[in-house]
Design a protein around this ligand. Structure first.
Ligand SMILES: O=P(O)(O)OC[C@H]1O[C@@H](O)[C@H](O)[C@@H](O)[C@@H]1O
Length: 302
């Protein structure tokens, strides 16, 4: 369906409008009293979210991002699925799975009685996906745009064999200055340090960033993770369900400069704090069963 047909079938007045975005890829613009958002149907990726009370956008998107079939859009909230990180089977498949690199289907759009906008995108296995990953699945992403941004990713195993996945919401949170940013809620948890040969370490105090950081925090408890963005005098509160791990990533200067879809100075302007099933935190799904991964993002202005 092109964006005009999508709009006819799923548009809701001025509040939910489908149009052609960059690279001709369909996007959904949400605009109501509670918030504004932009969602790419390609990748099932929220690209922008700003509640009415907030002075700044929640998410970072690179000016140099690709908007091309087969490539991931650098920024917003990419969906890593059905694996997180590199292809562990060494088959040359894309890092972070194949769902951030393809078109999703629009399943439904609705206004809730509380005035929120709810959009459901989905995907099922095809000959093309089975050539990459042999499993039968039905995937649904429910995006709720209100005063907060809520994401719920449901994976249903529609095959006859059990299957195992790793997955993530990989948000690029915009910050005023990474050098004045810290993350709390991970104190005293152990993490795999991907920039130090996967050594295991313990987090002492808040996470601060003054070099490349790439860590998988394990046995993450039920407490919220909070990004303290001092430069913009705000906090981003992350509440999640369905995960036992969380990833903190910032590429810092050298890696930022080496990435063709990221500006040299961009590492100063974002932090990824990811809700994950990563490393040994895997989701096992029996046939005809499902698992859910949920994250809620709230901006608290000082
Ligand atoms: O594929 P993207 O969006 O550039 O993100 C890459 C990064 O994603 C993070 O989730 C990983 O922990 C990093 O190891 C990786 O480098």
């Amino acid at each position: 369906m092109n964006s005009e047909q999508l709009n006819q079938q799923y548009g809701i007045g001025q509040q939910v409008v489908f149009s052609e975005g960059k690279g001709g890829l369909p996007v959904i613009q949400v605009n109501n009293e509670q918030a504004k958002a932009l969602i790419s149907v390609y990748g099932g990726q929220v690209l922008a979210f700003q509640p009415a009370h907030a002075q700044q956008q929640l998410l970072f998107v690179s000016q140099q991002a690709y908007y091309q079939p087969g490539k991931a859009i650098k920024g917003g909230v990419p969906i890593c699925w059905p694996w997180f990180g590199p292809d562990l089977e060494g088959k040359g498949r894309p890092a972070h799975g194949f769902m951030r690199n393809r078109m999703w289907e629009v399943i439904s759009t609705a206004l809730t009685p509380e005035g929120a906008v709810q959009i459901v995108l989905g995907a099922t296995d095809t000959a093309e996906t089975r050539a990459i990953w042999s499993r039968a699945f039905a995937l649904q992403l429910e995006i709720t745009i209100a005063d907060t941004l809520n994401l719920e990713l449901t994976t249903r195993n529609t095959g006859t064999q059990p299957c195992t996945i790793t997955q993530a919401f990989h948000p690029y949170f915009q910050v005023g200055d990474i050098r004045q940013t810290s993350v709390t809620g991970l104190e005293n948890t152990r993490y795999i340090d991907k920039v130090s040969d996967n050594m295991e370490r313990e987090q002492l105090g808040a996470v601060t960033i003054d070099a490349e950081v790439d860590r998988i925090y394990q046995a993450v408890g039920s407490s919220d993770l909070v990004i303290h963005d001092q430069a913009w005098q705000r906090r981003i509160r992350i509440t999640s369900k369905g995960n036992r791990t969380a990833v903190v990533w910032n590429p810092w200067a050298k890696r930022s400069a080496a990435m063709s879809d990221l500006g040299d100075e961009d590492y100063l302007r974002f932090i990824c704090v990811e809700t994950t099933n990563a490393a040994t935190d895997r989701a096992h799904i029996p046939p005809n069963s499902e698992v859910k991964l949920t994250a809620n993002y709230k901006i608290e202005q000082d």
